[in-house]
Design a protein around this ligand. Structure first.
Ligand code: PMP
Length: 299
């Protein structure tokens, strides 16, 4: 399938309050966000016309901006409404939604106090990459880069700059024939993949690293609550690389990745199993419920 470039498509992008034709949604080359990575973004998925956990994503976007020292000039209500509007404007019901906020062109130096904050929201069709073959699982290589100490980078923010080591790690993994990379943290402990959190089944229980220097994913928290609802034990803790051979199932969680089984980590193989399959199916069911169904289920 020919790749349609992201700057040359039909459709509309919400940009600073206006719905702009896709090809005209441009910014100046001297934007602070481009030079100094002063940008934060979100990745959301809409299912059957509803954006799953929209408010949580919007709140994380606002919080990510605050961690980088800026205030997005729109309220959570306005951002939620804009995300829904862009979905409708593009006639999409099942799609990936990408809000991004960045510092503008008023000042181009390390100091950026005078810059205006911009917000754009795009959406496009992006089905699960693994489709019907998803239960076969993906292969992870070991990342050459480590997740930094929270005093080295603003690790709680979904900040564009943090994806520099993600892209480098993903490219290294792809060059070695893997699908993605397992990243360790600055201590050498297991952290996550380049754009998804990771879980291990050990002795029938679910273990996942404590998110103290990487994103505590919205999907991660959702999967943990689905597991607990299904009487599965979930343990958040520090996980060492040496423990990986003990795992009987491994899977990733993320808005784009959803629940994706892992079948190999750098030569160590795993067979996607019943716990992963249950969580994958339950997650797929939950995201397709209407907000009213979700809240009546929670009651
Ligand atoms: N870690 C990283 C680095 C990510 O990019 C993502 C995707 N946003 C996640 C974890 C999973 O987060 P979420 O479940 O909120 O999408």
């Amino acid at each position: 399938m020919a790749l349609v470039p992201f700057d040359d498509r039909d459709g509309l992008i919400w940009m600073d309050g206006a719905m702009v034709p896709w090809r005209d949604a441009k910014l100046h080359v001297l934007s602070h966000g481009l030079h100094y990575a002063s940008g934060v973004f979100e990745g959301e998925r809409a299912y059957s016309g509803h954006i799953f956990k929209l408010r949580e994503h919007t709140e994380r976007l606002i919080a990510s901006g605050r961690i980088l020292g800026f205030e997005i000039p729109w309220s959570a209500e306005q951002i939620d409404a804009a995300c829904r509007e862009v979905l409708t404007a593009n006639n999409l019901t099942d799609a990936y939604v990408r809000p991004i906020a960045w510092r503008g062109t008023e000042q181009l130096s390390v100091s950026a106090q005078q810059t205006k904050i911009h917000l754009a929201i795009a959406c496009w069709a992006w089905p699960n990459l693994f489709g019907a073959d998803r239960m076969k699982g993906v292969r992870l290589g070991m990342a050459p880069w480590k997740r930094p100490h929270p005093e080295t980078a603003p690790t709680a923010s979904k900040a564009a700059g943090l994806y520099m080591i993600g892209t480098l790690s993903k490219h290294a993994a792809e060059a070695a024939g893997f699908d993605d990379a397992l990243m360790l943290d600055w201590r050498g402990r297991v952290s996550e993949a380049t754009g998804a959190n990771i879980f291990f089944v050990m002795d029938g229980e679910i273990h996942t690293p404590t998110p103290d220097c990487f994103l505590d994913g919205i999907t991660r928290r959702t999967v943990m609550s689905i597991a607990r609802r299904n009487q599965m034990k979930v343990i958040e803790r520090a996980i060492e690389l040496e423990e990986l051979p003990r795992a009987t199932e491994v899977f990733l969680s993320g808005t784009a990745a959803e629940v994706t089984p892992v079948r190999e980590i750098a030569g160590q193989t795993y067979t996607p199993g019943p716990i992963t399959e249950t969580l994958l199916r339950e997650y797929d069911g939950l995201v397709r419920m209407t907000p009213a169904e979700v809240s009546s289920r929670a009651a």
